[in-house]
Design a protein around this ligand. Sequence first.
Ligand code: HBI
Ligand code: FE
Length: 296
Amino acid sequence: MSVEQWLDAIKSGPPPGAASDWTIDQNFEGYSEAEHRLWTKLYERQAELLPGRACDAFMHGLEALDLHGAGIPDFARVNEKLMALTGWQIVAVPGLVPDAVFFTHLASRRFPAGNFIRRPEELDYLEEPDVFHDVFGHVPMLTDPVFADYIQAYGKGGLRALKLGHLQNLARLYWYTVEFGLLATLQGLRIYGAGIVSSYAESIFALESDSPNRLGFDLERVMRTPYRIDDFQEVYFVIPSLEFLLDQTTSTDFAPLYARLEGLSDIPIEAIESNDKVFSRGTQDYACAGGRRHSA
Ligand code: HBI
Ligand code: FE
């Protein structure tokens, strides 16, 4: 099903078998051996690649939740550990859910995770989040108490943004942090964004390519920056610490920020502004060459 079809389906309410909050049973027994083997293949590829690339919080989370490569995890078993660590739990959903439903879950420390896994021919790219993107990509970071607080604050902020009509600004914050964020460490830049860490090619591209810009995170700047959903990012934003991100979300009064944003134009994705903190100035060669659409 394409994202467009999903978005249409979303308007018509929860799919058959789903509760009013769009949650479903994971149906752990329903996975085929081939699906478990696909998870293991994806897991082992990332487990080999990520040491030295993913941040410590992610690597510790992977270890703490025992998300080893022995097939798709049973959410109930993961939740026993996750709940004990930060009070978060995974809830199974059939795919993308309406924004208000998504934010309500996050605000209650429930992470909606697709229960389906991609097809083998979608190994490196799929449109909507599957169980590998959600559970391998997002869930390990939820074992970090600071990040766990940030995602809950994001959920609460999302509900407010919906009411204020500023969802797009907040979606950009999510995109450039939770999905594609980089963290500055004494050893160099490290990945914490789920969209990167669950992708083999982007785990390399985000840190090593000279094509994208890598800029210091600034809340207003990020909220003015559109993003692309179908290819590697042309810009990555770097935070100095996870505490910084939580502080930005909990210490900012978003209403005046949204009011200020009303009068400000978007910043083109590949642009570098005069007051940007530049970690690396990209060549944009990848994007100019047409990106994934032209990559082998
Ligand atoms: N639903 N299952 C699921 N997963 C997401 O990441 C998700 C969603 N619905 C809305 C959404 N993300 C975004 O539109 C918000 O983050 C803005
Ligand atoms: Fe995601």
